[in-house]
Write a new protein. Structure first.
Length: 283
C-alpha cells in the first residue's frame, strides 16, 4: 500500500477553548497536502464558541450530543469521513504538531502494509520526551507497575512497560498513545474503532493490542514530532481521573485475561490499583 489517498485529522474537545486554536493552527504545516480536520465535541459548555473557532479555521465541527468519552467521540467523527480518506490522525486538542509531522507518519506507514499505526515523538512542554510508545501490559507487568511506580521509580516493571531507552530510533511498540497516533483507515474500520466501553484511558492500549492481534505493527516514528502542551479542561478533577485510569486498566487486563483461573491475579491487581490510587491522592 502506498501513501495515495486523503488524510484526515480528528480531535475531541471538551471545554478545550484554551488549546484548540493552537492545535488547529499547527495542522496547516503538518502536511503538504490538503487534510480534512474534524473536531468532535463531547457536549462542551462552550460548544458554540468551539464551533466558531473550528469553522473559522476551515475545519468541520461534529456535535456528539453528550459526553460519551474520548474513543466514542473519535468513532463518531471517523464515521463521517468519506471512503477516500485512507489515513486518520487521532490527536488530543492540547497537542501542537510540528511541521511535516503528519507527512512523516504517513510515509513510514506507507513503507510496509503490515504497519497498522504510527506514533510520533511526543514531547512535554519542557522538551522532555514522553514515553508514548509502550509495551502492552501483562498481568505481571501491570501488577508490578501498579504497586511500585509511585514508590520505586526505577523498578523493572515500570521500565519495561514504559519502554524507557533511546527515543531517537524508530521501533515497534505494543501500543501508541492516543494523544497523537496515525491509524490506517481500513484497519480502524476493521476493528470497529475504539472500544467505547473505555470512557477515558486505555482505549489506546486496547486499540494497539487489537492491531497487534491482527498481525499488524504499531510503529514509533521519532522524526515526526508533536508537543503535548496540556490544557485546563481536565484540571481540578484529578481524583476522578485517577479513578477512571485505574478502572480502565483493570477493565483492559480483564479483557486480555478473561479466564476464571486468573481471577486471583486480577483481584490482586484490582487491590493494587486501588491502593495506588489512594496513595497518589494522599501525596
Amino acid at each position: 500500500m502506498n501513501a495515495d489517498g486523503r488524510a484526515a485529522i480528528v480531535t475531541v474537545t471538551y471545554n478545550s477553548d484554551d488549546v484548540l486554536p493552537d492545535f488547529l493552527a499547527s495542522t496547516a504545516a503538518a502536511s503538504g497536502s490538503s487534510v480534512e480536520i474534524v473536531v468532535a465535541d463531547n457536549d462542551s459548555a462552550t460548544a458554540e464558541h468551539l464551533r466558531a473557532v473550528t469553522e473559522a479555521a476551515g475545519a468541520r465541527f461534529v456535535a456528539v450530543g453528550a459526553n460519551l468519552g474520548y474513543g466514542a467521540a473519535v468513532n463518531r467523527a471517523v464515521a463521517t469521513l468519506t471512503p477516500d480518506v485512507r489515513w486518520v490522525l487521532v490527536s488530543n486538542p492540547d497537542v501542537v504538531l510540528e511541521p511535516a509531522a503528519l507527512d512523516r507518519m504517513i510515509a513510514t506507514a506507507a513503507e510496509d502494509p503490515t504497519i497498522g499505526a504510527v506514533g510520533p515523538r511526543l514531547l512535554e512542554p519542557d522538551g522532555a520526551v514522553y514515553p508514548s510508545a509502550r509495551l502492552v501490559p501483562s498481568l505481571r507487568t501491570g501488577l508490578g507497575h501498579a504497586v511500585f511506580a509511585n514508590v520505586w521509580h526505577d523498578n523493572p516493571w515500570t521500565k519495561r512497560y514504559r519502554q524507557d531507552g533511546d527515543h531517537t530510533v524508530r521501533r515497534d511498540a505494543g501500543w501508541l498513545s492516543g494523544a497523537c497516533v496515525l491509524i490506517r483507515r481500513d484497519v480502524f474500520d476493521q476493528l470497529g474503532g475504539f472500544d467505547e466501553t473505555f470512557f477515558m484511558y486505555f482505549e489506546d492500549v486496547d486499540l494497539g493490542w487489537r492491531i497487534g492481534r491482527l498481525g499488524l505493527r504499531n510503529v514509533y516514528e521519532p522524526t515526526a514530532v508533536a508537543t503535548h502542551v496540556g490544557g485546563t479542561a481536565t484540571r481540578g478533577s484529578s481524583e476522578r481521573m485517577r479513578l477512571a485510569h485505574h478502572q480502565s486498566a483493570y477493565r483492559f487486563l480483564s479483557h486480555k485475561y478473561p479466564g476464571r483461573l486468573l481471577w486471583p491475579l486480577r483481584t490482586l491487581l484490582r487491590i493494587a490499583l486501588a491502593v495506588r490510587a489512594r496513595a497518589t491522592h494522599t501525596r
